[in-house]
Design a protein around this ligand. Structure first.
Ligand SMILES: [Zn+2]
Length: 216
């Protein structure tokens, strides 16, 4: 059984005309494997170490580092974890060895019977989501920037303005993950529960976007 602990809530806000203040949500999964998801910026190593220590862990106890995508605020401290296998978007490696895996064909990477990594491109073309079955049997999706924050369900501009390399895929994957998850840990905001209404909203947005594309 796996336990999901949010070490730091991510945030993002516009600061002036062409600046943004942001850091990602950093999440720890414990259980059969210890896994850290998104390691914040390179200036946050002390914060990461302190948070791990609170859970009686040191970097060498971590088996997997997963960066939901390769942006600088999601990979900053990956090099603290030298015993771990590193998954950065679609790329899986340990030291100079790379493991080929068909994320691009939609395949899911199984870490153990309660944790898997699902390809969810959109924000970048190589984004992944970590799906965890919790001790209470709920599905928790750690989505990176597939979801920026809870508010972006009502206001798509929030995730669109945060950058989307493929909007259609992002619309589709947002709806797909909402359908299978009970909880979402977004890239730049606190954890939230997915309601039936939210699932419906996301499905409608996906279909409206398809119609829009097809009518062009
Ligand atoms: Zn981000």
């Amino acid at each position: 059984m796996s336990k999901v602990i949010v070490l730091y809530d991510g945030y993002s806000k516009i600061d002036g005309n062409d600046e943004m203040i942001a850091n990602c949500t950093c999440t720890l999964i414990t259980g059969l494997h210890n896994i850290i998801v998104d390691t914040m910026t390179a200036w946050d190593s002390e914060k990461v170490l302190v948070a791990l220590q609170k859970h009686n862990l040191v970097p060498d106890d971590i088996h997997y580092v997963i960066s939901t995508h390769g942006h600088s605020d999601h990979i900053g401290n990956n090099n603290l974890f030298l015993k771990a296998k590193h998954i950065v978007g679609f790329s899986i490696s340990h030291k100079d060895k790379y493991f080929m895996f068909p994320f691009d064909k939609g395949e899911e990477y199984i870490i153990n019977n309660t944790v898997k990594v699902i390809p969810t491109p959109g924000h970048t073309l190589c984004d992944v989501t970590v799906l965890v079955t919790s001790t209470s049997k709920e599905q928790i999706a750690i989505t990176g920037d597939l979801f920026e924050k809870y508010e972006d369900i009502e206001d798509s501009n929030i995730w669109l303005e945060a950058g989307s390399e493929n909007q259609s895929q992002q619309f589709r994957n947002r709806s797909k993950i909402a359908d299978i998850a009970d909880w979402i840990i977004p890239g730049h905001g606190p954890i939230f529960k997915i309601s039936k209404e939210s699932r419906q909203t996301l499905q409608n947005q996906f279909h409206e976007n398809l119609l829009r594309i097809n009518s062009i």
